[in-house]
Design a protein around this ligand. Structure first.
Ligand code: ADP
Ligand code: ADP
Length: 229
């Protein structure tokens, strides 16, 4: 069974004021098996963020099929959205919400019943238990990154996507994030991460897909793929 199935995914960006349309995805086919740590690799402008934003429901596709955890995005939009958590690349957090409050807001957005919320448990898992009531503006970059991971996990999605999780992150925090992501995967979460660091994909992933100019140019087990490079 697959966690993600993309068929013929196309995205054309059309500038609001007229001007030249830009085709970011040219009919992408991509399959990600359940249980994997999948690395989506490619140079800047290849279409990684576009792919992720479509999965997250943040950007509308132009054409093609998107299936998440067996739910077609067009047929079952609610279930397909509930099956995924996304950790964005930008460290955008509300400076006036404490981490505890931010998780409660997120739980509300995903209609997680009060009795099933695990705010403190999730904060503890990412090492932010002692910051539950802190002003978010006092959090370091690493803490913000971990808060964004915590937010993405509030509704217990079976698939977690991390967009460039360690871009601009120091070596110590990178190791911590990697080990936490491995723990999540061992506990059953399918992980997808985008990166432009080959070393990060080598270290973390069991499968790798390479995307260039809006097309998938390779997708295989890491060992098979790296042997060809
Ligand atoms: P819409 O979904 O309405 O097209 P977007 O958020 O996709 O809105 O984009 C809004 C505008 O911002 C686009 O029309 C585009 O011109 C511009 N834009 C945003 N990101 C980029 C980018 N990476 N490259 C070029 N233009 C961009
Ligand atoms: P990556 O994440 O691999 O760097 P993106 O998905 O951000 O690639 O971008 C793929 C292509 O689509 C690029 O040429 C980029 O400039 C363009 N693009 C991305 N977002 C927009 C947007 N909102 N409007 C117009 N063009 C965009």
């Amino acid at each position: 069974d697959n966690a993600i199935d993309l068929r013929g995914l196309r995205k054309v960006y059309r500038p609001a004021g007229g001007g030249e349309a830009k085709t970011a995805l040219h009919g992408l086919d991509l399959t990600i098996p359940k249980g994997s740590i999948f690395g989506l690799l490619g140079p800047n402008g290849a279409g990684k963020s576009t792919t992720i934003n479509i999965l997250a429901g943040l950007v509308n596709k132009t054409a093609g099929q998107v299936s998440i955890w067996g739910f077609d995005q067009d047929v079952n939009p609610r279930q397909s959205r509930a099956s995924i958590g996304v950790v964005p690349q930008e460290l955008n957090i509300d400076p006036f919400l404490s981490p505890g409050a931010a998780l409660e807001v997120q739980a509300g957005l995903y209609a997680v019943p009060k009795s099933e919320r695990r705010t403190m448990e999730i904060l503890a898992a990412v090492g932010l238990a002692d910051k539950a009531e802190a002003y978010a503006r006092t959090l370091s970059g690493g803490m913000r990154r971990r808060l964004l991971i915590a937010k993405a996990l509030v509704h217990r999605p079976p698939v977690l996507i991390l967009d460039e999780p360690t871009a601009g992150v120091d070596i110590e925090l990178r190791q911590m994030l990697w080990s936490y992501v491995r723990e999540l995967n061992a506990a059953g979460t399918t992980i997808i991460l985008t990166t432009h660091y080959l070393e990060e994909a080598e270290e973390m992933c069991d499968r790798i897909g390479i995307i260039a100019e809006g097309r998938l140019v390779a997708s295989d087990e890491k060992s098979t793929l790296l042997a060809q490079m």
